[in-house]
Design a protein around this ligand. Structure first.
Ligand code: XMP
Length: 422
């Protein structure tokens, strides 16, 4: 069933535009365009629009094809309605629509969101205690800092270090949250525990499941030690909400909850970012003073390097991969390409190849580079980086990382290939 977020919007936001999504690829773009003009917008699939239309939006945008029934309902509404048959609208047309719908009350922005979110979190949690699992990613980081701003030390963060993070990431999490923001943080050193569970396991799906289950176990154990927390902060963002309201797709990989937490842990959820798009989460993160490296970090899978170290995960292979990954990130930053790429994965394949170094035969790992552009990870294109960059990366990898004997660049689009190799 479709769950409208308008209840959350009620009371703190006077004006709201309803974007009715008639199966167009553009609904999210239109919703963001509205927000950029200072009005809160919400998307509802056409099939579930009738109820939302009764919630008194300030205006309605019909994007793509909607049923005659919906057209009938909106025809009787006393608010401005506009149909965008091809799914897009120019800024000037949208401007005049919003003036008509909202007059001069166009004050939705990250400052007003932040002020309202702090009040909402205070009202929800009261004097209770909350916990938040940090993953190193931007969503949980922003959620944690936002909640800390609202309830201070009533929040404790838990960082489960599964040993599958990239070089320097755990140190950065600790330095940022504990050091810079002074947020109470439990840093769980669970590296050995995960390695033991993964020993001898080669199947990708099994690896994902083991990492996911173990992550939840460790988190539960730590949460239990804290005792009296009744609230769990999650970095759920608006696209997650939209996605979960849609018909479930077929399983490609046991995915997005791996390295995340299920909803039935027995806590009341605090999801302060559930109405925000990813770029808005980043804007909020910057406003809250999070470091650039966290705010603009590429997406990283929950199971971490576990699914980039193909086949069995061992300490030795992880070390090779971690070193290689750090060099690749360094080169991407140095060349200015990091911010132009959506995600850059370094893959330690389970294959070795013959080579020759300083006159001697070598038999070392083949390393894969997967640089992609994407908007949501559902589809992806490989990035046409300059040969010179590939040359400097492969030169450094072959020179500096023992165990790497060959470097290849992945030129497969998604679909049919997925972004991660496992
Ligand atoms: P695929 O490999 O399916 O990945 O094309 C699409 C995007 O999802 C990320 N990914 C994950 N994220 N937990 C996550 O939080 C996971 O288990 C997981 N698996 C893949 C992947 O990095 C890419 O951005």
């Amino acid at each position: 069933m479709w769950v409208s977020l308008s209840i959350e919007a009620e009371g703190c936001l006077l004006k709201r535009i309803l974007v009715v999504d008639g199966g167009s690829l553009h609904a999210q773009e239109v919703a963001r365009q509205v927000r950029k003009m200072g009005v809160y917008s919400e998307i509802v699939p056409a099939a579930a629009a009738e109820q939302a239309l009764h919630n008194q939006p300030s205006g309605v945008l019909l994007v793509g094809m909607v049923s005659p029934r919906i057209e009938q309902v909106v025809a009787h509404m006393s608010v401005p309605v506009m149909s965008l048959d091809d799914g897009s609208v120019s800024d000037s047309v949208l401007e005049s629509f919003l003036s008509q719908a909202c007059g001069s009350e166009r004050d939705w922005n990250m400052d007003s969101f932040l002020a309202a979110a702090v009040e909402r979190i205070k009202a929800q949690v009261g004097s209770g205690r909350a916990i938040c699992g940090l993953s190193g990613g931007v969503d949980s980081a922003v959620a944690a800092v936002l909640v800390h701003r609202a309830i201070g030390d009533q929040l404790t963060c838990i960082y489960v270090d599964h040993g599958l993070m990239r070089a320097g990431e755990s140190e950065q999490v600790v330095a940022t949250f504990q050091g810079r923001f002074g947020i109470p943080l439990v840093h769980v050193q669970a590296q050995e525990r995960f390695l033991q569970k993964l020993a001898g396991v080669e199947d990708p799906e099994q690896k994902r499941k083991i990492i996911g289950i173990e992550f939840i176990r460790v988190f539960e154990e730590e949460a239990a030690k804290l005792g009296d927390a009744a609230y769990l902060v999650q970095g759920t963002v608006y696209p997650d909400v939209l996605e979960s309201g849609m018909a479930p797709g077929t399983l490609v990989k046991s995915h997005h909850n791996v390295g995340g937490l299920p909803e039935d842990l027995g806590f009341e959820l605090v999801e302060p970012l559930a109405t925000l798009f990813k770029d808005e989460v980043r804007e909020l993160g910057e406003k809250l003073g999070l470091p650039r490296e966290i705010v603009w970090r590429h997406p990283f899978p929950g199971p971490g390097l576990g699914v980039r170290c193909l086949g069995e995960v061992t300490k030795e292979k992880l070390e090779i991969l971690r070193k290689a990954d750090a060099i690749v990130r360094e080169e991407l930053h140095r060349s200015g390409w990091y911010d132009k790429i959506w995600q850059a994965a370094v893959i330690l394949t389970n294959m070795r190849a013959v080579g020759v170094q300083r006159g001697a035969r070598t038999y070392d790992y083949v390393l894969g580079l997967r640089f992609v552009s994407s908007t949501d990870g559902m589809t992806a294109e490989w990035v046409r980086v300059p040969y010179e960059l590939l040359e400097s990366i492969s030169g450094r990898l072959l020179e500096e990382v023992d165990g790497v004997g060959r470097v290849v660049y992945d030129i497969s689009p998604k679909p049919p290939a997925t972004i991660e190799w496992e």
